[in-house]
Design a protein around this ligand. Structure first.
Ligand SMILES: *[C@@H]1O[C@H](CO)[C@@H](O)[C@H](O)[C@H]1NC(C)=O
Ligand SMILES: *[C@@H]1O[C@H](CO)[C@@H](O)[C@H](O)[C@H]1NC(C)=O
Length: 412
């Protein structure tokens, strides 16, 4: 621990001076605060690289500090009863409003999935705890915040399957009535990797012939939706943007699938596709699914398909199959699989590598006839919704939260 502290201190001192001056677009509000916040994230990331290099602790193990520093014990307050439950073997933090509903009135419910690239984050981080309380009170809803297991200890599909199990368990008539939840008013929602899980669960529930209760809505906050093309215009434009530089997003993707560093390197150069996944590139063709304004500076070229030795390596391995799996990349389904999905809220940010994932899903859902509310933040950056707690509280986070809650109020 002492060695860790010293390394952290030295890293912070040496990197601060340089990173504080990272160019961040002028129009982003509270720019200095964002630079300072990002300095912390970048320094931690360098420390994590260094730690992995010298064999102290792996990269994600060090990055997990982000989760730990904001960890709290969720407790009941005067408005909300908070308990930790076990739903079919998966831990869930459950928020139930104390406010009395009318005699026979049933409540709404939101299943919330935290972000953190499937590798970091927890329902117990204070920003998620605050958000869950706010949702519980303002919607008079039951909120389930799912503590799904994380990569790299648990690669895909474990995090996804944990979430799916919770949702299947909760959507049983008997369980819903136990919590006084209206089966017709349930939403799934999440930010970033949580948005990925929410989109995937919405699709898979629809395909499940035994499933009676379906979701009414899905609310996706700057979701991750595809792993095939990691060079969309937004990946290119925002590759060094806070809080999620391209390298970190690629790292999250590769760690979700495998600990094999060769896969990370292939993803970095966008040469990770195999013959199976390349057949699905048409579903993430940004040249077809992004509005013209986003094409301007970029020329579309389909990601390369690996050949030769590398192909052999990935063709047979788990990452190759995961790559083509819509439970990991919800954009990889034909229109027919989108048609009956619950109405959607999709939030995107201009300064976010994942902007185009979200916008492509908006286009594809709309052309399949799904009702979509698309809220795009022109000066938004990835992860903003999390910054609600002093000293890293941003006005943008408050606006985003208010608009998101408003949509749920009106649509759930
Ligand atoms: C992508 O879309 C463009 C425009 O619709 C089309 O010309 C091109 O052939 C497509 N490429 C792939 C790989 O689907
Ligand atoms: C895109 O293609 C056009 C026409 O071929 C070319 O003039 C332009 O430089 C290209 N832009 C990029 C970013 O490669």
């Amino acid at each position: 621990m002492r060695l860790g502290s010293i390394i952290l201190f030295v890293a912070l001192c040496s990197f601060s001076a340089y990173y504080v001056y990272e160019p961040i677009p002028e129009e982003i509000e509270e720019r200095w605060k964002l630079m300072l916040t990002n300095t912390f994230f970048r320094s931690l990331s360098h420390l994590a690289d260094f730690s992995e290099l010298v064999g102290l602790k792996d990269y994600m193990g060090v990055m997990y500090v982000i989760t730990l520093i904001e960890n709290i014990v969720p407790v009941s307050d005067e408005h909300v009863t908070v308990t930790v439950e076990n739903f079919d073997g998966v831990e869930v933090v459950l928020y139930q409003p104390k406010q009395q509903s009318g005699a026979a009135e049933l409540r709404r419910a939101v299943v919330y999935l935290h972000g953190g690239g499937w590798c970091l984050g927890s329902s117990r981080m204070s920003p998620y705890d605050l958000l869950a309380r706010k949702l519980a009170i303002e919607l008079n809803a039951v909120i389930l915040s799912v503590e799904y297991r994380l990569a790299p200890a648990h690669h895909f599909p474990v995090p996804y399957e944990d979430v799916y199990r919770v949702v299947k368990h909760f959507l049983q008539i008997g369980v819903l009535s136990q919590f006084s939840v209206d089966p017709g008013r349930i939403a799934v929602s999440g930010d970033s990797a949580g948005g990925n899980l929410a989109a995937a669960v919405s699709q898979q529930l629809l395909k499940d012939p035994a499933q009676q209760v379906q979701l009414k809505a899905q609310a996706l906050i700057y979701p991750v939706l595809q792993a095939l093309d990691l060079n969309t215009p937004s990946y290119q434009q925002n590759q060094d943007m806070p809080i999620l530089p391209r390298t970190l997003m690629v790292r999250f993707w590769s760690e979700y699938f495998t600990s094999d560093k060769a896969f990370f390197r292939a993803m970095m150069t966008n040469t990770h596709n195999n013959p199976e996944s390349s057949g699905l590139l048409k579903f993430v063709n940004w040249s077809a699914f992004l509005p013209e304004t986003y094409h301007k500076k970029y020329n579309y070229s389909a990601p390369a398909v690996v050949q030769g030795e590398a192909e052999q390596e990935f063709k047979t391995g788990a990452p190759s199959r995961s790559l083509a799996d819509p439970r990991a990349s919800p954009l990889l389904v034909p229109d027919t699989a989108l048609r009956s999905l619950p109405k959607a809220y999709i939030l995107t940010c201009e300064y976010d590598v994942l902007r185009d994932d979200g916008i492509m899903y908006v286009t594809r859902l709309r052309s399949a006839g799904v009702e979509v509310t698309h809220e795009h933040y022109d000066t938004g950056f990835h992860g903003a919704l999390m910054f609600t707690v002093w000293p890293t509280d941003f006005l943008l986070a408050r606006r985003m939260t208010d608009n998101y809650v408003k949509w749920l109020k009106e649509n759930l």
